[in-house]
Write a new protein. Structure first.
Length: 158
């Protein structure tokens, strides 16, 4: 916990002038993440991803919830998926894998599916290996997609 003895600094500001993500209030960020304006949404998701990466589980869980809040908005889903790669938790891996199963591959969805795979590659191998191996053997996916799943599993750092 950051104890900031400097008068005039909020508790989430360090003496060096940087943000302490463990202390940063989250309520306003959560409201911003459902803002109709895309840039406000994107900014909130980026901050939630940073907070999740710094150990704030509630931020990561909120990002997972946003996948269900915007089920057909590929632009927003891509932003959310990009930030889930910073949340090294089983629930994040499961949500990303579920999205791959949910979203049909097409020219329209290809960019989003690639973003999902990049985020999975950012997570620890033990969280995603079995899920990617199952997808790589699933014949309901094209041979090209199955090759992408195998490649993703091989790229993950141990």
């Amino acid at each position: 916990m950051n104890v900031n003895s400097n008068v005039g600094f909020p508790r989430w500001m360090t003496a060096e002038g940087t943000l302490d993500l463990a202390e940063l209030p989250i309520d306003g960020i959560l409201k911003q993440a459902i803002d109709p304006e895309f840039e406000r949404f994107r900014s909130a998701c980026t901050l939630l991803g940073s907070m999740a990466g710094a150990g704030r589980r509630e931020a990561g869980l909120y990002l997972i919830g946003l996948l269900g809040f915007y089920p057909s908005d590929l632009q927003r889903l891509e932003v959310i998926a990009g930030q889930l790669g910073h949340f090294p938790h089983e629930s994040s891996a499961n949500a990303l894998l579920a999205e791959i199963r949910r979203v049909r591959s097409s020219n329209t969805t290809r960019r989003y599916l690639d973003r999902l795979l990049r985020s999975l590659a950012d997570l620890p191998l033990h969280l995603v290996k079995s899920g990617l191996e199952i997808l790589a053997e699933d014949t309901s996916f094209s041979s090209n997609m199955r090759a992408k799943f195998r490649n993703c599993c091989e790229r993950i750092r141990i």
